[in-house]
Design a protein around this ligand. Structure first.
Ligand SMILES: Cc1ncc(COP(=O)(O)O)c(C=O)c1O
Length: 305
């Protein structure tokens, strides 16, 4: 993982020069907010997928933690386009992070400076080698954090300590990934993905009251499904629903749409990737290749211009 430049506090600096102090607030207390965005190589040239939605969510995460930066959402999109061009990338994973820099040694973040970095580099999908056959997951013994503890709607760096514990448990137990329950025992999400279940032709996904991140891909899946005439329901879902549905898949910027074929060693449906999953995955892929009826692609530089 490397690229030529990183946008770092107002300028494009060489990859190895984007450095922070070891006593920065973010290192000591996890006080950063970030995004994961993809740029796809489409038939019309490189395009950022739902950049506006991602940067709007970044601003919302910042607001929750009383952070501000001078760049507007529109400026952040322009900077990202410039970064992709400077790095000669066709497709890319984009990682903006706004964090607290070197200030006082105190959990109080208000006296530490706010800094920004945006990196863009080549990165495949996670679970890429299993995207056709599907993955095997477990229900984690680690719950998502309770409402009014750490806000899950804010995509903050510190949140991922919870994800780390679930991922360690899954890997050490021989699974590809985990799914976590919320504090009330309802299905929440994966450590870095939202979850969808299919039952009798209807798509189900947990509500934002089940301690989830409000995923941009989750929203894309919902809109694609509705356009295909597939009903979508956001619900509180008991754990046992995981064992009785016909199909299941994860959605996320890094995982895109990843079929799940077993949960706790119980086959999902017949244990094979289901038709609804295939259909939505196929539609999603078409959009990222440039057939975009929703206007989600933000072209970095339109070919032929
Ligand atoms: C905890 C968590 N849930 C869900 C998602 C999926 O969100 P998105 O589709 O916006 O990438 C992510 C990835 O960002 C995540 O980290």
């Amino acid at each position: 993982m490397e690229a030529k430049y990183i946008y770092f506090n107002g300028e494009f600096v060489p990859w190895n020069d984007a450095k922070i102090h070891v006593l920065s607030h973010v290192v000591q207390y996890g006080s950063g907010v970030f995004e994961g965005i993809r740029c796809y190589s489409t038939k019309n040239g490189p395009a950022i997928f739902r950049g506006y939605g991602h940067y709007k969510r970044l601003k919302e995460s910042m607001k929750t933690y009383r952070m501000d930066i001078k760049e507007s959402v529109e400026e952040l999109i322009q900077i990202t386009k410039e970064l992709i061009l400077k790095n000669d990338l066709k497709d890319a994973y984009i990682r903006p992070v706004v964090y607290r820099g070197l200030g006082e040694i105190s959990p109080n973040p208000l006296h530490a400076p706010i800094e920004i970095a945006i990196a863009a580099f080549s990165m495949g999908k996670i679970f890429e080698e299993k995207e056709d056959e599907g993955i095997n997951i477990m229900v984690s013994s680690w719950r998502r954090f309770a409402p009014d503890t750490i806000p899950t709607l804010a995509k903050a760096t510190g949140n991922y300590l919870n994800s780390e514990l679930a991922m360690i448990e899954a890997e050490e137990s021989g699974f590809d990934e985990a799914v976590m329950l919320d504090i009330f025992g309802f299905v929440a999400e994966g450590p870095g993905e939202n979850i969808f279940l299919v039952k009798d032709g209807t798509l189900y996904t947990p509500t934002i009251t089940s301690s989830i991140l409000k995923g941009i891909t989750r929203d894309s899946v919902t809109k694609i499904a509705l356009r295909l005439g597939i009903p979508v329901r956001e619900e509180h879902m008991p754990r046992e629903m995981l064992y009785t549905v016909d199909e299941a898949f994860f959605s996320g910027t890094a995982a895109e749409i990843t079929p799940i074929v077993s949960i706790d060693k119980i086959p999902v449906g017949n244990g094979k990737v289901g038709d609804v999953t295939r259909l939505i995955k196929g539609e999603f892929k078409k959009i990222t290749q440039g057939d975009d009826p929703f206007g989600w692609l933000e072209y970095v530089e339109f070919e032929g211009m």
